[in-house]
Design a protein around this ligand. Sequence first.
Ligand SMILES: Nc1ncnc2c1ncn2[C@@H]1O[C@H](COP(=O)(O)OP(=O)(O)OP(=O)(O)O)[C@@H](O)[C@H]1O
Ligand SMILES: [Mg+2]
Length: 336
Amino acid sequence: MKIRTIRAASSASAIAGAGAVFLSLLAGWEWAAVPAVAVVVYFAAAHVMRRYVIFRIKPMYQILRSRDSKSGEIAEEYRGRDVVTEVEGELQAWAERNTLEIARLRENEQYRKEFVGNVSHELKTPLCSIQGYILTLLDGGLEDPDINRKYLEQTEKNIERLIHIVRDLEDISRLEAGTLELRRERFDLLALVDEIMQSLEMQAAERGIVLVSDAGPLDRLMVDADRARVGQVLINLLSNSIKYGKEGGRTRVRYVDMFEKVMVEVQDNGIGLTAEQLPRIFERFYRVDKSRSRAAGGTGLGLAIVKHILEAHKETITVRSTPDVGTTFSFTLAKA
Ligand SMILES: Nc1ncnc2c1ncn2[C@@H]1O[C@H](COP(=O)(O)OP(=O)(O)OP(=O)(O)O)[C@@H](O)[C@H]1O
Ligand SMILES: [Mg+2]
C-alpha cells in the first residue's frame, strides 16, 4: 500500500469521525452512536497502520531497494556464467598444483634417500676389503713375503676403486645440478676414438675383444664439443662393450653423417639386454647383474653420466639391443 494513500485515508477518516461526532451532538446520541463508533475505530486503525508503515516497513523497503540495485550489478557480472563450475575448476587447479608439488617433494626425498643408500653401499664394499687386507697383514701376514705383496696390491686396487667412485659421484652431482661448465672446442673425433681405444687395449685383450674404428675413407672428423667429456662418454661405452661383450668378440665404432651432426655408433656383439632391462640402463646405480658388474669394477653410474654429458651438449643418446646378439649405443655430436 502506498504511504500517500494511507495518509489520505487516515485524514479522511479523521474528518468523517469529527463529522459523525458533530452530528451525534446535534441529533442525539442514540441515532449517531453506531456510525460514529465505526468511524472512530476506522480512524484509529488507519492511524496505527500509517505509523507502522512509516516507522517499520518503509526503512526496510528502502534497504531492500538499495540492495536490489547492488545485486542487480552482481547479477549482470555473472549473467551467462556457470559460477559453480568456475569455482569448482579453480579449486581443482589449486588442488592439482599442490598435489604435484607434494609429489615432487616426495620424489626428491625418495631420490635423496636412495642416493645416500646407494653411495654408502658402494663405498662400504671397497672399504671393508681394505680393512680386511690390512687386518690380515697386521695379524702376521706382513712377515710372509707372498701374502704381504698380494694383499698390498689388493688394497691398492680397492683404493683405486674408491677414487673412481668418488670421481663419478662428483661428476654426477655436478651434472645433475647443472653446474658443470663445458669447455667446447673444435677437435678431431677420430683421433680421440683412436686415443681411447689404445688406452683400453690391455683390458680388451684380456677378454680377447677387438676394438675397431670404422671411419671409411675419412681421415679426420671435426666436431664442436667438450673433448674431455666426450672422451668420458667413449671410455664408458667402450669399456662397457668390453665388460659385457663375449670373449673373443668385437666392438665397432661407426660414424653416420647427418648434415650438421654426426651420429656415433658403438656396437658390440656381447650379452645384450632384454626389453625390460633396456629402459633402465641410464638410471644411476642400475646394473643388470650387480655381482658381475661390481666384479668388473662397475658402480652403475657410467651410463647416467654419459646421458647427462650428452644432454649438457644438447645432444641425445639411444640404445638398441638383442639378448645374446649384441648392443648398439648411438649418440650425436655437432660437426665443426
Ligand atoms: N654394452 C652392454 N652390453 C650389455 N649390457 C650393458 C652394456 N652396457 C651397459 N650394460 C648394462 O647396463 C648397466 C649400467 O651400465 P653403466 O655403465 O651405467 O654401469 P657399470 O658399467 O656397471 O658401472 P660404471 O660404468 O659406473 O663403472 C651395466 O651394469 C650392464 O648391466
Ligand atoms: Mg659402465
